[in-house]
Design a protein around this ligand. Structure first.
Ligand code: DUC
Ligand code: ZN
Ligand code: ZN
Length: 480
């Protein structure tokens, strides 16, 4: 007689706090027991391997729609394939609002498209048009439908929202019980510097970084924090690229502001020099904020270790190098302003972080779990994810900590024609990924079927409640 459907036997279980030898008993797609010796109808031998929670990537652009009706090249099937190859089992992707359009119908379209996903998922709703209907009807409706995070861009045409709009979104989120995530860069400063650079004939990809230096990101991050304090609304700052922004966040955290922040592998392993490769090759490394000077990443590692940056997500973006819908190089983009920003990385996220972090001794394996699974699940209210405890979803990755792999685009299995990490050698590789107890990837082959992923509705949770500290004790969000 067996006690469990599946037992993962003999591995080293890594949780957000501990590492120990144990078996994991799985039944009905959930973890039912973690103990020394368990019996199951099926055994999976994990000896010599780490057994960790499946990756939770809370910043992925998948099949995101554009104003012209096209969508990101990496769709839900290919992006989920790539996620599973890299050990990730849950993603939060984006539903984009277009100016002049309501949210409801486009969100329904994202749900339809995500029906083919092979990982579990939720959405962040991008707010670009801060109308009365959005503030008073659509944001409450989103939260009621289980979407509890909003994204605001402080830069980019036609996405950016001005300070008044941001205040209104923060206030609406406070009333509804949602988290606000932000892309922090100063819109006018980037416009001004871009115009000057192009007027001076500086068109190559490397000038992307010149158009948006660190101070442009720091100013916007500081402003976002200040506005969030004014409203007393928790926020998360996306893709922190440099120490000076992290220091601004650390100062706010020290005075009790509920501000969380992520960084991404591109800021830990790429640099501005990559954008200076010959011709337009540098476009492969263009993302925003821009990768910084060589060596700057050590400052980010320090801020990871002190907890200022508590999530490492991929910011996976579906732009190929040689397609018109991608970076447009084949279609003749001839200056940095017209090249799409963003790099693919949902598969490479865990291997790069493990290799650069754990294998090189910058962080330990439990910290790796916190950064890649436990903290993202906790911050975004993804109940049942990111943990190895009885009752949690049996989303697991079996990891060979000493396997060496040279990254290539073929390995990524996404629908993008390049990886910015081509040729990099990593130490540590996922050999099996399970989603809710089912083997979804084994030895670099995806076994999951389209549609096996599930939408995860997110209910209320304490972490993102306001602090109750308001200037003059006056809650303006109750009136505006
Ligand atoms: N910001 C993102 O969050 N993703 C892709 C591009 C960008 O600027
Ligand atoms: Zn962004
Ligand atoms: Zn993004």
């Amino acid at each position: 007689m067996t006690d469990y459907d599946v037992v993962i036997r003999g591995g080293t279980v890594v949780t957000a706090t501990d590492q120990f030898k144990a078996d994991i008993g799985i039944g009905d797609g959930r973890i039912q027991a973690v103990a020394e010796t368990l019996k199951g109808a099926r055994q999976i031998d994990a000896s010599g391997l780490l057994v960790m929670p499946g990756g939770v990537d809370t910043h992925c652009h998948i099949e995101q729609l554009r104003v012209d009706g096209t969508a990101d090249e990496d769709g839900f099937i290919t992006a989920s394939t790539s996620a599973l190859i890299g050990g990730t089992t849950t993603a939060i992707t984006f539903s984009a609002q277009f100016k002049g359009h309501p949210i409801g119908p486009s969100l329904a379209e994202y749900h339809r498209r995500a029906g083919s996903a092979m990982i579990d998922y939720s959405f962040h709703q991008i707010i670009t048009d801060v109308t009365d209907a959005v503030i008073h009807k659509e944001i409450p409706a989103l939260v009621a439908a289980g979407i509890r995070s909003l994204k605001v861009f402080m830069t980019y045409d036609p996405l950016h929202v001005d300070d008044r709009g941001l205040l209104r979104v923060l206030a609406a989120a406070r009333r509804a019980g949602a988290l606000v995530t932000l892309h922090c860069e100063n819109y006018e400063a980037i416009r001004w510097r871009t115009e000057a650079l192009l007027a001076a004939g500086h068109t190559a990809p490397k000038y992307h970084a010149w158009a948006r230096p660190e101070v442009v990101e720091r100013e916007a991050a500081y402003r976002a924090i200040a506005l969030a304090e004014l409203v007393d609304q928790p926020i998360q700052i996306f893709h922190v690229s440099c120490t000076e922004v992290a220091e601004e966040i650390a100062r706010a955290q020290a005075r009790g502001v509920k501000v969380w922040a992520e960084t991404c592998p591109q800021y830990l392993v790429l640099s501005a020099d990559d954008m200076d490769r010959p011709g337009f090759e540098g476009a492969k490394f263009m993302c925003s904020p821009a990768p910084r000077e060589k060596g700057a990443a050590e400052g980010l590692w320090a801020q990871i270790r002190r907890g200022t940056l508590d999530i490492v997500s991929s910011d996976h973006s579906g732009f190929s190098f040689g397609t018109a819908q991608g970076k447009g190089i084949a279609g003749g983009a001839n200056n940095f302003r017209d090249i799409a920003n963003g790099v693919p990385g949902v598969a490479a996220r865990l291997p790069l972080l493990f290799s650069e972090g754990v294998a090189r001794g910058r962080i330990d394996a439990s910290e790796f779990v916190r950064l890649t699974a436990y903290n993202p699940a906790r911050l975004f209210g993804l109940t049942g994810k990111g943990r190895i405890v009885p009752g949690a979803d049996a989303d697991l990755v079996l990891w060979d900590p000493s396997k060496k792999v040279t990254l290539t685009n073929t390995i990524m299995q996404h629908n993008i024609d390049y990886t910015p990490y081509e040729g990099m050698e990593v130490t540590g590789w996922p050999v099996m990924t399970l989603l809710r107890g089912q083997i979804a990837m084994r030895d670099d082959k995806v076994e999951a079927k389209p549609g096996s992923g599930r939408f995860i509705p997110r209910g209320p949770y304490d972490l993102i409640k306001p602090t109750g500290r308001l200037p003059n004790g006056f809650d303006a969000s109750a009136f505006a």
